[in-house]
Design a binder for this molecule. Structure first.
Ligand code: TXA
Ligand code: MG
Length: 311
């Protein structure tokens, strides 16, 4: 028995190859048994996601991750410092790794994360298997930070949604790879680059876009329906404004106090809210590039990028 409602049912759904959306501290994930190829394939179908995008395998603790992947000492040190938490570590798969190759998009590497949300941890402990989970939204759309966002974006295609309240960090995990002897920041996220560099004692290489195996390959990502205009201090009357700090016009301000942690937590939910007002364009205030501002600007730039036609 577990102390959160529906965990036992969620385990049954996952064991039988179904999809469970679950809360993490970053965003909601769309989970499947990572060792079941057909279940993993259902994730791609539900998201309408291009197949070349590899998924993160979520596990209950670092020791489980250390069995699935080959962790060099520096990767172990990061894991021990930042797990459970919004950090994803990409390493070579271990020889006995049972995770579906489809989850790794055919790569010899694997992305691993121990989330800190108590409901996610309860689920992972109860199932005792890695759970592959991208963010629980249609591909290219804004990431979900509440169960309602998941329902709206994926509705019918998910078998069960575990509601754990609004996601606390509100921004996906930071993805760091330890491949070919280099330590590379593949995606800025919930843990700021500076915190990682401090622990590593070295600077993180920034991935060239050609080596990114993920949303970096897709110019447009995280996109709301409305168009986006960035670094705007004075919105046009036809725009709905997403403010920050001193720049505030109208009801939406990512952080009136100019706090980047608060802004990260509010980013996706306010994009959802602003988008729902029906304006053709959302104008966004300038966000300083330091700390979590790096990840916030990364998401905003992708959300503002020219859209592929199917969006
Ligand atoms: O916070 C998060 O990371 C959320 C929650 C649900 O855990 N998940 C998430 O998953 O954002 P997704 O699929 O939207 O993003 C996974 C990221 C992508 O940037 C992908 O390219 C990268 O992880 N990734 C996964 N496996 C990889 C691999 N083998 N090599 C390089 N990058 C990988
Ligand atoms: Mg995503």
């Amino acid at each position: 028995m577990t102390s959160f409602p529906n965990i036992d049912r969620a385990v049954q759904v996952l064991q039988s190859g179904g999809l469970v959306a679950f809360p993490t501290e970053t965003v909601y994930g769309l989970g499947a048994d990572a060792t079941n190829d057909r279940a993993v394939a259902r994730i791609f179908a539900a998201k309408g996601r291009p197949q070349f995008n590899p998924l993160i395998s979520h596990v209950a603790n670092a020791d489980t991750a250390f069995v699935l992947g080959q962790f060099p000492p520096a990767a172990r040190a990061l894991a021990e410092k930042f797990w459970p938490g919004p950090l994803t570590i990409v390493v070579e798969r271990s020889a006995a790794c049972p995770v579906s190759l489809l989850a790794s998009a055919g790569l010899s590497s694997i992305a691993l994360r121990v989330p800190s949300h108590p409901v996610a941890l309860a689920l992972l402990e109860a199932i005792g298997k890695p759970v592959a989970a991208p963010s629980a939204n249609r591909s290219g759309r804004t990431s979900p930070t509440t169960a309602a966002h998941v329902r709206r974006s994926l509705g019918q295609s998910v078998d069960l949604i575990l509601d754990g309240g609004p996601a606390e960090v509100g921004l996906e995990s930071t993805v760091v790879s330890f491949l070919d002897g280099a330590v590379t920041l593949l995606r800025p996220g919930g843990i700021a680059r500076q915190a990682l560099e401090e622990q590593l004692g070295t600077k993180l290489a920034k991935a060239e876009s050609s080596t990114l195996h993920g949303p970096g390959q897709l110019e447009s990502h995280y996109a709301p329906r409305a168009a986006l205009r960035l670094n705007v201090t004075k919105p046009d009357p036809a725009e709905i404004y997403l403010g920050f700090g001193q720049y505030g016009h109208g009801p939406y301000n990512l952080s009136p106090a100019g706090n980047l942690v608060e802004a990260a937590a509010n980013l996706f939910s306010m994009l959802h809210l602003a988008d729902a007002q029906g304006f053709a364009r959302i104008a966004v205030a300038p966000i300083p590039p330091e700390g979590l501002g790096e990840a916030i600007n990364d998401r905003l730039i992708r959300a503002a990028a020219p859209r592929p036609r199917q969006l």
